[in-house]
Write a protein of this length. Structure first.
Length: 356
């Protein structure tokens, strides 16, 4: 499958122009575009510009509020609930993270949940934000379509319900865990379909329990949880924390935004922020993280293993490489985006002419 390379700033500008064409306020269009482009920069290609056509359909169908009143509706010293007024999820979660960081400065820890939000891209974007302030971030979300049945069942009542944790280091890259509670996030299935690739065994099964490898047939089966029944339990708990606790959708109330472009999704997310200063000297903590990271990376390896990776290291390397070489965008997606640009009356996205 051919890929073209796109510079980060060209990608960001194109996404911003598309949202401006949809009449989003300039500041909102710029904020969402930056986060979406950052998703592609770090290699989260199932949650970046690939989602733009889908967001465009929901905006045109009235499924997303272009000018939301994002506000706090419940609040105490170390918590809040943010009502996103059905705005773009990137804006809602960004507001929630900002509030959590400010509350953690005084309380030491803060939990902020969202309701009436929407899909917001990869979880790690938000778990990483507190790191800039010598804080830890833990992020939870309810997915935007149910692709997972309860363990032993066939009715899809749960989503991929991701978890992300960001832990700062000193000289080493931060430790950033970003995982779905399913073996693969559904965004990865969509990315495989867009690239014309098959899925590996273990991602999905059909309704007869047989491996499902063709991502174009994903509607005929369901995703598998990590760790069998343990992953199912984790998905359930994350949904209760990120969705039910804040008054957002969970279970049968979750709207499949892949097929329904009009119904309000009432997506829920939650961010937990911990200020390192509440536990001691942040510099000492980050030094200890460095030491542990180096112990893990330098530990004895199995035969044939070239390197032990820490969570987030590969995304860190992709950020560096993509910033230098350009972000790979499949030819098929580039064609789809060119069609969308024509519909919206914006300039098509520029590439650097490099194909891989």
């Amino acid at each position: 499958m051919k890929h073209h390379r796109v510079h980060f700033e060209d990608l960001r500008r194109f996404i911003e122009a598309a949202f401006l064409a949809h009449d989003l306020p300039a500041a909102d269009a710029a904020r969402v575009a930056a986060l979406m482009a950052e998703a592609d920069l770090q290699g989260s290609d199932g949650h970046g510009v690939i989602r733009l056509p889908q967001y465009s359909k929901r905006l045109r169908a009235g499924g997303i509020n272009r000018r939301p009143d994002i506000r706090v509706v419940q609040e105490r010293a170390a918590m809040a609930v943010v009502d996103g007024d059905n705005g773009m999820g990137h804006l809602v979660v960004s507001r929630a993270v900002d509030i959590a960081i400010e509350k953690a400065r005084s309380a030491g820890v803060a939990w902020v949940g969202t309701r009436m939000s929407n899909h917001a891209g990869p979880a790690s974007l938000y778990a990483r934000r507190p790191l800039e302030h010598d804080m830890l971030g833990l992020y939870f979300a309810v997915g935007n379509a149910n692709h997972l049945p309860p363990w032993g069942g066939m009715e899809m009542l749960l989503s991929t319900n991701p978890i992300s944790v960001g832990i700062p280091a000193d000289e080493e890259p931060p430790v950033v865990l970003d995982m779905a509670t399913t073996v693969a996030a559904y965004g990865k299935v969509k990315a495989k379909a867009k690239r014309g690739e098959l899925m590996p065994p273990g991602w999905m099964i059909d309704r007869q329990g047989q491996p499902l490898l063709d991502p174009r047939r994903a509607s005929e089966g369901f995703l598998l949880p990590i760790g069998d029944h343990k992953g199912y339990g984790l998905a359930l708990v994350v949904g209760l924390l990120a969705g039910t606790l804040g008054g957002a959708a969970m279970g049968r109330d979750v709207i499949d935004f892949n097929t329904d472009h009009q119904t309000v999704t009432n997506t829920g997310q939650a961010i937990l922020v911990i200020d390192l200063r509440a536990f001691g000297d942040p510099a000492h903590f980050k030094h200890q993280v460095d030491r542990l990271v180096r112990d893990m990376r330098g530990s004895e390896r199995l035969p044939g293993v070239e390197r032990i990776w820490l969570p987030g290291e590969q995304s860190f390397e992709k950020r560096r490489r993509h910033a230098q070489e350009g972000i790979p965008i499949s030819a098929a997606l580039l064609d789809e985006l060119a069609g969308l640009a024509a519909e919206l009356g914006v300039e098509p996205m520029a590439t650097n002419g490099v194909q891989t």
